[in-house]
Design a protein around this ligand. Structure first.
Ligand SMILES: Cc1cc2nc3c(=O)[nH]c(=O)nc-3n(C[C@H](O)[C@H](O)[C@H](O)COP(=O)(O)O)c2cc1C
Length: 191
């Protein structure tokens, strides 16, 4: 094991390279949690860079809110096909202050703004009679403020792994990074 450069900066740089290559995966992560019944659950979420921190924005009416609240950590996968690099992260979640959420919410496109208010009476991921019924309850006007249920989390990453497939000899480069008191410790893993 040896001391490493900050791997979160490396992740940021890699996502930047992927974004330049028009990689549609550059802005998202697959986020896994565990349901109250102990079943795995995974979904794609936008992975945001907020004040130089990684962050997720969700609606608190969704099942993942219960899952996030009940778990000490969640798992995320970032796969960047344009540069052939995968990251796996283990993160603790820290709630983003309400004023920050509200500022950022105002920048959202109109349809998700409207949906955030629909969720008050129709929780995200609940069943609804039909698509027509859903469109019927969509507000006509674009709301100007975020509902209380619009929430977000900073990711506190203590463990991550980087897998680089792009090696000239075909043998993948896989490294694990564990946060120490002052730094990051790097170890090489069998790919
Ligand atoms: C590219 C992409 C980005 C998404 N971004 C978000 C997001 O930032 N927040 C969110 O709540 N759902 C997002 N979704 C929808 C989720 O994948 C999921 O369907 C929804 O959050 C319901 O998940 P749940 O039932 O596990 O709560 C996104 C889906 C895709 C395909």
């Amino acid at each position: 094991m040896s001391t490493a450069e900050n791997p979160l900066q490396r992740l940021k740089d890699d996502r930047g390279r992927a974004r330049e290559a028009q990689d549609p995966m550059a802005g998202v992560a697959i986020v896994a949690s565990v349901t109250p019944a102990g079943e795995p659950a995974a979904r794609t979420l936008v992975l945001r860079d907020l004040d130089s921190e990684l962050a997720l924005f969700i609606n608190a009416t969704s099942p993942k809110m219960t899952e996030f609240d009940a778990s000490e950590t969640i798992a995320l996968v970032v796969w960047l096909p344009s540069i052939q690099v995968q990251y796996r992260l283990t993160a603790r979640l820290e709630r983003i202050p309400v004023d920050v959420i509200h500022d950022s919410w105002r920048l959202r496109p109109d349809p998700p703004k409207k949906m955030d208010w629909v969720y008050r009476d129709h929780p995200q991921s609940s069943e609804i009679a039909s698509r027509a019924a859903l469109l019927d309850v969509l507000p006509e006007e674009v709301p100007t403020t975020a509902p209380e249920s619009a929430v977000g989390f900073f990711l506190r990453v203590d463990l991550l792994e980087r897998l680089d497939l792009g090696q000239a000899n075909g043998v993948h480069d896989r490294r694990m990074y564990r946060r120490t008191d002052t730094d990051w410790a790097e170890s090489v893993l069998v790919p």
